[in-house]
Design a protein around this ligand. Structure first.
Ligand SMILES: O=C(O)CCC(=O)C(=O)O
Length: 285
């Protein structure tokens, strides 16, 4: 993992996260990194669309992004994001989702939601996850930029009622809730980091160009992840990843013994000579 830039003011970002539920790192990706991201994504785009109003019928998502190239591996363990997560999540936190989101012209606004809605824990509460969204195209007022409700990370269950809860992706948000959304206008390369409890949505794309972004999301080490990376990323790929990234993907023990593989450390299962202990089962071939 690269070293933490000494100019990065983690304290100021943590204060913003505490106060408003989100913070923006404006210079997150260099122009060269942005170029690598575009090149890495190009082969996976222009082939499909979302399946419902949440994924976006005029939106293209590329899941399991972290497994699709070295540049995405590096970004998933960016030291600035890690510094913020180290302060907000327990050691051993996990990558829970990693996807590109390309919102095409004509897309309507996504349902207002918060990203850790599927953990059945009463609000207000601490977030179980934190999300990042990186603008690959600049986020403008009309191209589908992310919209957030500042301070909503503190809202109670009653206050978030009417937001998307995983059931009806076509239901509009309560007008009073929608009125509080503010657009995140960000230059290409900027990254917003926000609490999993913060209400937000992808905006409508009323422009003539696509809005490309990607999102890595991280959760507490005891929470179930959205993406099943054990099956989604072949073990021979994970074997070549950094120890830090392997931990983010769940190849580590949460003390005292969560995550063991037949009583062994999970990285042993990544070794080329690993022999699965139940491989003698007649149905294992
Ligand atoms: O694309 C965006 O700006 C937001 C997407 C989002 O919040 C989601 O898909 O969960």
């Amino acid at each position: 993992m690269a070293d933490l830039d000494p100019g990065f003011d983690a304290t100021a970002h943590l204060q913003a996260l505490e106060a408003q539920g989100y913070t923006v790192i404006p210079d997150f990706l260099t122009p060269d990194r942005l170029r690598q991201v575009r090149e890495g994504l190009a082969p996976h785009l222009s082939s499909h669309a979302g399946r419902n109003n949440f994924e976006g019928l005029q939106t293209e998502r590329v899941y399991t992004l972290v497994g699709r190239g070295r540049v995405f591996e590096d970004i998933a363990e960016d030291p600035r994001v890690m510094a913020l997560l180290d302060a907000l999540l327990q050691p051993g936190y996990l990558l829970t989702a990693s996807q590109a989101i390309c919102i095409y012209p004509g897309e309507t606004a996504q349902p207002v939601h918060h990203d850790d809605v599927f953990y059945p824990l009463a609000r207000p509460r601490a977030s179980v996850s934190l999300s990042t969204i990186v603008a690959v195209d600049a986020f403008t007022a009309d191209n589908g930029c992310t919209e957030v409700i500042p301070g909503s990370h503190r809202w109670s269950d009653a206050e978030v009622a009417g937001a998307y809860d995983g059931h009806d992706a076509d239901a509009p948000p309560p007008p009073a809730m929608a009125a509080r959304l503010v657009p995140l206008l960000m230059p290409a390369g900027a990254c917003v980091v926000f609490h999993g409890t913060l209400l937000h949505r992808g905006g409508a794309n009323r422009s003539s160009g696509a809005r490309l972004a990607f999102s890595n999301q991280y959760c507490q080490p005891w929470a179930r992840t959205q993406e099943n990376f054990y099956l989604g990323i072949p073990p021979n790929l994970v074997r070549g990843m950094s120890p830090r990234l392997q931990t983010l993907l769940g190849y580590d023990i949460l003390p005292p013994f969560m995550g063991h593989v037949t009583a062994s450390h999970p990285t042993k299962a990544l070794r080329e000579d690993y022999r699965n202990a139940v491989a003698t089962h007649p149905r294992a071939d």
